[in-house]
Design a protein around this ligand. Structure first.
Ligand SMILES: Nc1ncnc2c1ncn2[C@@H]1O[C@H](COP(=O)(O)OP(=O)(O)O)[C@@H](O)[C@H]1O
Ligand SMILES: [Mg+2]
Length: 382
């Protein structure tokens, strides 16, 4: 079944991007008897090093892109910043999931929020802003603080500016130059939540547990599964996440980021059309990982169970603490935590705050699981 249609070799899953998400996808692809191909700018990337089908000039290079397409039976992505025009070009030759149509519905955060709002889903108040005056008008409705966001290419908080007073509006416009911007109500959240949703072409959908994510300087640091909130809010978050994916005709795997505010209202933050940091824990904690289910969905195969194997799981991102080589100083120390599952991404270099790896701990009791994971995290140095 997993044979290529065109060649007497295993089916080749192409991945647009070759970072850690592609690496973890590749691990699952190999388990399922597939081969992979990757395309990204730069040699010796985490996933590029796993295959001889590594195209390292990137998708903006026509020749490299064509050579990559030639190798692939089906293509998915780990990077949402690839332009829909390029995805359309690829789709003419090989199927891509999520599709260019889905990508067009979410790539611009303002259009994404409009699509969710039009589908009747709960989002924070938001508007597009082209001038400082329009931002001031927004402040009159929403009050301070609020957030100015770049509509495209934002990640790890780099596209966000917290506006506390009118002067900050001018600073935000200066900082973001000519980029297209939106303004968004500041949500005074109790917790940030995330739900992974996987959906195949038949419309079959599977939903992972609602988790809590804790960011440090806007970068995901800790994921607690399941989230420590009332069951009814977790179910609500899962229902909203599923509707988000349906609203954009999503095929593949999607990470839906949400807030639960002081009044227990659930609001959508954003959606990622790919495996997501908040779903790393599923590798050890669930019957089927987000990566395996991504592949099943993209190939329109039956989806695997998203149920957890143990009552509790904690994932901690190992963020770079220094600049230098991408190998930690003391792997031995962390491995002494014999119940922590260590993932190293093989990035060439480390820098402060960079995602270099992660650990997952599963257990019976949430507090003990978190404590163990945080102790293990302390053992590693980059
Ligand atoms: N409307 C908001 N209210 C409060 N905090 C927010 C809001 N939007 C974003 N944030 C904070 O900033 C982080 C990053 O913002 P997000 O919009 O998810 O951008 P990115 O694309 O960088 O992940 C969020 O995880 C959250 O902590
Ligand atoms: Mg985000």
């Amino acid at each position: 079944m997993l044979k290529s249609n065109t060649r007497e070799i295993p089916l080749v899953l192409g991945i647009l991007g070759a970072g850690q998400l592609a690496k973890m996808l590749a691990n699952e692809a190999y388990k399922l008897g597939l081969n992979i191909a990757t395309i990204d700018k730069g040699e010796n990337t985490p996933a590029g090093d796993m295959t001889k089908n590594d195209f390292y000039l990137g998708w903006e290079n026509d020749e490299d892109l064509n050579n990559f397409i030639e190798k692939c039976d089906i293509i998915t992505l780990e990077n949402e910043f690839i332009s829909p025009e390029i995805i359309e070009k690829i789709e003419k030759k090989v199927p891509v999931y999520p599709s260019s149509l889905t990508m067009k519905k979410i790539q611009d955060k303002y259009i994404q929020k409009q699509n969710f709002a039009n589908a009747g889903l709960p989002v924070p108040e938001f508007t597009e802003i082209n001038t400082c005056e329009e931002a001031i008008d927004f402040s009159k409705k929403s009050g301070y603080p609020f957030i100015i966001k770049t509509r495209t290419l934002g990640y790890d908080g780099y596209g966000n500016y917290l506006v506390r007073e009118e002067n900050d509006i001018y600073d935000a416009f200066k900082k973001f130059g000519n980029r297209k911007l939106m303004a968004e109500q500041f949500v005074n959240f109790q917790k940030e939540l995330a739900v992974m949703v996987v959906r195949n072409k038949n419309g079959e959908t599977a939903i992972y547990p609602c988790v809590e994510t804790i960011q440090e300087n806007h970068i995901c640091h800790i994921v607690i599964a399941p989230a420590g909130i009332d069951e009814k809010y977790k179910i609500q978050a899962q229902e909203i996440a599923q509707k988000c994916v349906e609203a954009i005709d999503g095929i593949g795997i999607f990470g839906v980021e949400l807030f639960i505010d002081a009044d227990n209202q659930i609001l959508i933050n954003e959606i990622a059309p790919r495996p997501h940091n908040s779903g790393h824990y599923t590798i050890e904690a669930c019957y089927t990982s987000q990566y395996e289910n991504c592949i099943r969905a993209v190939l329109n195969l039956p989806l695997g169970s998203t149920e957890m194997l143990k009552p509790s799981a904690v994932m901690v991102n190992l963020l770079g603490k220094r600049s230098g080589i991408g190998v930690p100083n003391n792997v031995t120390e962390i491995l002494k935590y014999d119940k922590a599952k260590l993932h190293l991404y093989n990035k060439k270099t480390s820098r402060v705050g960079r995602k270099m790896g992660h650990i997952t701990v599963i257990g019976d009791e949430p507090e003990a699981t978190l404590k163990y994971a945080l102790e293990a995290e302390k053992a590693i140095e980059w």
